[in-house]
Design a protein around this ligand. Structure first.
Ligand SMILES: Nc1ncnc2c1ncn2[C@@H]1O[C@H](COP(=O)(O)OP(=O)(O)OP(=O)(O)O)[C@@H](O)[C@H]1O
Ligand SMILES: [Mg+2]
Length: 292
């Protein structure tokens, strides 16, 4: 990390005046001004560190990119099946932003294992890692957690750049993704679609947004792979798609069409149960036509 102006002591160099010039005992004194140093539960922002992958350009102006920024753990937002989502405040002077840190657990600490259908065709560059994963050693399991984090980070970056409604991915550091915290107007976390009770107009608007996003995804030959009203957040009027490590290629992945069909069923049954008749088979047929 480059040293920050906040952490640098304020050196008092001796004045070059005649009273001290030439004297062996010239008094070098320095005094520290009170500086912000990370305390317990804090750390320096690693945004600028080598080895950290940062999100796509143009970087939104709310992202604090300076290395002198300090991050404070605010606690866990949700413990999921395979990752914890914690909140972090990144601050630089008066500027403050709250970010979501999705931290993948090493696969031996998970309550859930994705079926291997998702990972078909995934490459592991390093043969030591490949052997460790095959043997299921601790190293192998943490490599796997890092792969899920990287898969989600790159997907978020691609989809954000394509204009899809996903959180902006700020940085990837091993098994941790820092991303935009999706909120409602008062700054609290946006609810999952499943927790909301939309009226018919809102329901129609959410469907339109979701349909449009699925069309764009299908045009890229992609399916979310775990789409449900639990992986859609409602930021006031806006629907945001989250939880994207398992996005599948519906053409190249032999199970791709099954994942797409399941996504269609999951969302259509939720909307239909709330009074908006949408048909999963029609949706699947339409999306398939965009993929080929
Ligand atoms: N960027 C975000 N902004 C706001 N809330 C978020 C964000 N990312 C995740 N969450 C919250 O954390 C929960 C878990 O996140 P996510 O679905 O990505 O992880 P997961 O491990 O797959 O969890 P689950 O097992 O619940 O699906 C979400 O349902 C949502 O409530
Ligand atoms: Mg989820």
């Amino acid at each position: 990390m480059t040293s920050s102006p906040l952490s640098r002591p304020d050196w008092d160099t001796p004045a070059a005046d005649s009273s001290t010039a030439g004297s062996d005992t010239a008094a070098f004194s320095f005094s520290f001004v009170p500086v912000a140093e990370p305390g317990p539960g804090q750390r320096w922002s690693a945004y600028d560190d080598p080895g950290i992958l940062t999100g796509p350009e143009p970087v939104p102006d709310w992202v604090i990119t300076e290395s002198g920024a300090i991050e404070t753990e605010l606690g866990t937002l949700k413990s999921g099946k395979e990752a914890d989502v914690d909140l972090i405040e990144r601050a630089l002077g008066e500027r403050r932003t709250v970010l979501a840190a999705k931290r993948y657990r090493s696969t031996d600490h998970r309550q859930f294992h994705r079926d291997t259908g998702y990972t078909e065709g995934r490459r592991v560059r390093n043969s030591r890692d490949r052997r460790a994963m095959a043997k299921g050693t601790r190293h192998g399991r943490s490599v796997e957690a890092g792969q899920w984090a990287a898969a989600e980070f790159f997907t978020l970056a691609d989809l954000w750049s394509a204009g899809l409604p996903v959180p902006y991915p700020i940085q990837l550091d091993g098994t941790e993704i820092l991303m935009e915290f999706i909120t409602v107007e008062d700054g609290t976390g946006a609810p999952r679609l499943a927790q909301t009770r939309p009226d018919q107009d809102q329901l129609a608007s959410y469907w339109e947004q979701l349909h449009q996003a699925m069309v764009v995804l299908a045009g890229r030959q992609q399916a979310h792979g775990d789409l449900s009203p639990y992986n859609l957040l409602v930021a006031d009027d806006r629907l945001v798609i989250i939880d994207l490590p398992q996005v599948v290629d519906i053409v190249a992945n032999p199970s791709g069409m099954e994942f797409l069909a399941r996504d269609c069923r999951n969302v259509c049954s939720w909307f239909t149960a709330r009074g908006l008749e949408v048909d999963a088979d029609d949706l699947l047929a339409e999306l398939t036509s965009y993929a080929w």
